[in-house]
Design a protein around this ligand. Sequence first.
Ligand code: ADP
Length: 550
Amino acid sequence: MALIALMGITYMNIHYVNQVRESTKESIIEKKREQIRTFANQVRSRFLDVPREIWNADIEELKTSIDKSGQLPESLNPLLQKIASDSLYSGIYFHSAETTPCESGTGTWEFSKELNRFVWVNAFPDVVCDGMSLARTRMKVLLSEYKWNTKTTFDTHRSMNIAIVYPNEHRILGYLVVLINYDYLLDNYLKKEIESVFPTESGLFTIWIHDWVTNRVLLTNNANETFERDKIQIVDRFPGLFDNWNIVGSVNSTVSASDVEVQTTKNLIILALTVALLLTSLVFIIYSAQKEQEISIRQSEFLSNVTHELKTPLAVIQAAGENIKDGRVKNPERLHYYGKHIYDEAIRLKTMIERLLDVARFDSNQIKASPQQIFVNQKIEEIIERELPFLQSKGFEPQLSLGAGNLTAWADLGHFETILTNLIENSVKYSSDRKFLKISSAVTSTMVQISVEDHGNGIPKSSIPHIFEKFYRVEDTLTAHTKGHGLGLSIVKQMVNINGGKIRVESEYEKGSIFTFELPLADNRTSSQKKTRKEQTQAHYVTNTAESVV
Ligand code: ADP
């Protein structure tokens, strides 16, 4: 239990720390920064699909075609068709490195989707020339070391320019200029991408695409939020393209004070519960340890007690036997005296060994009840009759108050006798001056109840819950001076239980006790058929309310 509580506290703390960390603004900003980076790379990758395919083409074929005709080979037509059909692009131009259309004012090649080939055009937009010169300038620096077939440069958001390179000879073969459809790029492609990656998120995070040259917001996921420099927490770029554009992000206040309060209260309650659980476990552990200790003390007391109890009768038997054996006792009266001594001590020894065996059998579940019909009143009378000489010798005149009606219990007869005898013996043992003993019987709808009442020592309130425990003895002077091992009542209780009954005690210290046990009622029909003659004629002891003295 303690382990579970400890694990609980540890888990809760980790959970709490995690939650606090999760809910901090910094962690959200970090997450969003990461998301923006992924988004920008995704956009770049969409454009780079085009040069990737040229990069994969056969460079020797490209070289031969461009050198020969100043045009790209027809094997690239499918790719060019794909570009021409893509709304993201608005024109495809090519010319070899040998020609300089922008400087000389001559025409260039433009790809016609309908004709599926390049056609020579004299008029073309300036952006084509800008793109080409940008690509040429970039390439000039790199050419001597360059190992790849293509080099792509972006003229901001206007064009994608692919220089086709023949790396073996460190020379440029030509330039492919792909114009970008600005309106489609912003209003369609980027808008949709932003909406899917950064949904409005109940205003928690705002992203803007901002043109820093013109200081204009081009796109946002949250039109309600105005673009202000103070709000900016993240600034990033599209890698290698859209040079004038920034991706700007702002995380709004995330966790409100009341959210924190609710969370803290929740955690405090859990913490309190866990601590309570831990304390309960500790109390339980301490209690169990104390119980264990008590039992082991009682067991060792019991062991020394038993050893002493066994040794005493054996010593008496041994001494008496020795005297007789050696012929020291010849007088018949003395012989009788010694014989009785041996007999009494043997009986005492036997009783004690039987009790010990009973305890051992109960502990190993070996004792089973063999129930039968017991005519309770008759049995009580028999037992009292048998015990009468002993009771009277101790100064008791037992009273019987036996209920009328069909008092037939369904229980083990041997157990019934042991239970009743034990209770009667205890009443005798634990009464000093007031010698009072009353045995009563009664019947309820399902049970037969038998009570044994004395006006003896009584049991202190604090001891009552323990007296049915094994080895338990009340710590008072009378008990200390009375022989016993604290086993009788534990055996009695187990016997009552295995017969389907219950036992209880009402007691007041120095006033007396009433022990009441109940056993299941035998089936009325069967019992009435099997009534013995004695049961039917037991009336001389039995009255409804009157008490009789045996
Ligand atoms: P034992 O009598 O051998 O000590 P029991 O199990 O029969 O063991 O009883 C346990 C304890 O309960 C006794 O030691 C005694 O202190 C107390 N007790 C039992 N019966 C009575 C009684 N009728 N009156 C007062 N105390 C009793």
